[in-house]
Design a protein around this ligand. Sequence first.
Ligand SMILES: CC(C)(COP(=O)(O)OP(=O)(O)OC[C@H]1O[C@@H](n2cnc3c(N)ncnc32)[C@H](O)[C@@H]1OP(=O)(O)O)[C@@H](O)C(=O)NCCC(=O)NCCS
Length: 249
Amino acid sequence: MMVMQTKNVRRRRAALAAALPGCQPAGRVELQPSVAALTGKGASRLSHTGNDAQTITTQLLTGPAIAASLDGIASLRLAIFREYPYLYAGRREDELGYLRIYAEARGAFVMTVTDSGTLAGAATGIPLCHEDRQLLAAFAGASHAVDEIFYLGELLFSPAYRNHGLGLRLLAEVEEHVRSLGSYRYLTCATVVRPASHPLRPPAYLPIDRFLARTGFAALAGVTTSFTWLEIDGVKRDHPMQFWLKALR
Ligand SMILES: CC(C)(COP(=O)(O)OP(=O)(O)OC[C@H]1O[C@@H](n2cnc3c(N)ncnc32)[C@H](O)[C@@H]1OP(=O)(O)O)[C@@H](O)C(=O)NCCC(=O)NCCS
């Protein structure tokens, strides 16, 4: 569930989106506003069993309201994606360039999870049709219509907030939001494929496949791509990526 893209991504995404029927060009912003509470009654509260004194709040952002959240999400990505299996040595300016699409593409969203005002986690999503040409090409052989698929860009929590059920809860809120948009039947995401023998794999590492299988995603046979990024050892490598799909009910 991650994408590292640097060059001309916005231009390619916009051109492609403009060419696809049923898909608005990226760059057109939401006419509707922007900061909506997930429950409609104020920001929703996810339970966090680690410390009862903490107040965990989720917020759904759409359109231009997303822009103010992007620096914080870039910080989360830069820290979390240094971990195995990503090992990503990102640069803030590239992150901000990549993330800007969420503030610009129609239908995109960001969900932030804060703990007493501090960003603890986030999810991002965008209609698949606004994604970059390379990513879309992976779906050429898939039997699902691209304009019915919503792409989960990332779902991530700082280490202290993991394994308390927050991931499950946030994903459920993502699904509820995507269903409410009315025209998407599937959620997709991509994971990096690493050999089990990778030297930097921590002994207690839990493959993300477990979380995805637990939440109803299935790996899409033959729907793969590769992304290139600079790793923390200073070497730029190609990384095979596997797409997953979940039907929204
Ligand atoms: C993956 C992630 C979002 C899950 O959120 P979480 O709040 O820790 O997960 P939950 O507590 O809701 O756990 C739900 C289930 O997933 C499992 N799980 C938790 N973390 C997992 C991980 N890193 N990999 C695989 N499975 C995981 C849990 O064991 C639990 O399953 P179980 O009940 O069968 O034991 C979170 O661990 C995370 O941010 N990881 C780092 C970033 C990342 O890799 N994100 C995904 C790609 S963008």
